[in-house]
Design a binder for this molecule. Structure first.
Ligand SMILES: [Zn+2]
Length: 358
């Protein structure tokens, strides 16, 4: 059923600019990412479409931020922003606007969840930056400053508005920050499907959670260069059955588009049709288990030509519109299938200790 979609945005997201020249890794997380998305969605009249509610993000209050992240991290970001430069964490840098924009990103993710939980909109998409999924309690990392998805869940849990949340991370990289926040927490299930080179990487199948949270941290590690069919097969074998059994009140998607084959820093090889297919499946799943309460929060995605269209495809899929494909038919499968399915089957074995479906 098509419903009302909330799109959370704000022109101030374009202010945080660390001015790294290409090809520095840090240069990919730029204001242009959202500038191109906002311009494109405006030109396509999506913000003003009848089924869309255009919502301005609001920053999280500073005192609430201190309840989520270590004072050390919050204070460091604040003071480096006053200076206007400096290393906040590994591959995370300050600008004069870093603190304000990072607070706005956290506030945007919270608002996206609140609007859905209140029933003001059916689903929402927080078009925010900087991304958040690599940042932990006391450290910023990997182009992220504060952890937007984790902060949204913790803020709503504290206000007793949320008991059981499922976070599905579709960014190409493992969201080690989100995993860290909820590693021993059984009220938040975190499932991440991501590129994985070898056992020296974080995000393997045996990182399953700890204590109360054992069985609630689930990693689907895919070989580099995985293509559409294998990706979708791996997704379908693990995520829907686990989501049904966990039975959350809200599903949050940490939505990265750096899984696309043309992304400059991702190592999977998907085409955009996967974003539409997965959004359709997630919407159906959310309707089945939690009255359709589904929130997308933007994480990575660094191809400036593709990003606006990928975002549009997710919105089109949520609205049951006709999807406009633009990057051709899926690329022919190469030899990742066997490795991926071997890992997925091994993961099902690990999960069978905790979840009866497997
Ligand atoms: Zn990423």
């Amino acid at each position: 059923m098509p419903g009302l979609i909330g799109i959370i945005h704000h022109p101030d997201f374009l202010k945080h600019d660390t001015n790294f020249p290409r090809p520095h890794f840090e240069s990919f997380e730029t204001p242009e990412r959202l500038a191109t998305v906002y311009t494109y969605l405006t030109q396509k009249e999506i913000f003003t479409a009848p089924d869309v509610d255009s919502i301005l993000a609001k920053p999280i209050k500073e005192k609430d931020l201190y309840k989520i992240h270590a004072p050390f991290l919050v204070d460091s970001v604040k003071s480096l922003s006053k200076v206007g430069e400096g290393e906040i964490g590994a591959h995370s840098y300050a600008s004069h606007d870093a603190f304000d924009v990072a607070k706005l990103a956290v506030g945007g993710a919270i608002l996206a969840c609140e609007e859905v939980l209140k029933g003001n909109v059916d689903q929402s998409f927080a078009l925010i930056r900087p991304p958040g999924h690599h940042s932990g309690y006391s450290k910023a990392d990997g182009l992220c400053i504060f952890n937007n998805c984790a902060a949204a869940v913790l803020n709503l849990k504290r206000k007793k508005k949320l008991d059981r949340t499922l976070i599905i991370d579709l960014d190409s990289h493992y969201g080690d920050g989100i995993a860290e926040f909820f590693y021993s927490d059984s009220s938040v299930m975190y499932i991440s499907i991501h590129e994985y080179f070898n056992e020296s990487d974080k995000g393997g199948i045996f990182e399953i959670g700890f204590g109360e949270g054992e069985g609630y941290n689930v990693n689907i590690p895919l070989p580099y260069f995985t293509l559409n069919r294998t990706y979708l097969k791996s997704f379908e074998k693990i995520i829907p059955p686990l989501a049904r059994e966990f039975n959350p009140e809200l599903v949050i998607i940490a939505m990265g588009f750096d899984t696309h084959y043309a992304d400059p820093i991702g190592n999977l090889r998907l085409t955009s049709s996967v974003y539409a297919t997965i959004t359709q499946q997630l919407k159906k799943l959310a309707e089945e288990i939690c009255e359709g309460k589904l929130v997308f929060v933007l994480e990575g995605g660094y191809n400036l030509l593709g990003l606006p269209k990928f975002v549009e495809m997710v919105i089109q899929a949520l609205l049951d519109y006709k999807i406009e494909f633009f990057d051709g038919i899926p690329i022919e499968e190469i030899n990742t299938d066997r490795d991926a399915i071997k890992r997925v089957n091994m993961l099902r074995g690990v999960l069978s200790k905790y979840w009866k479906w497997f």
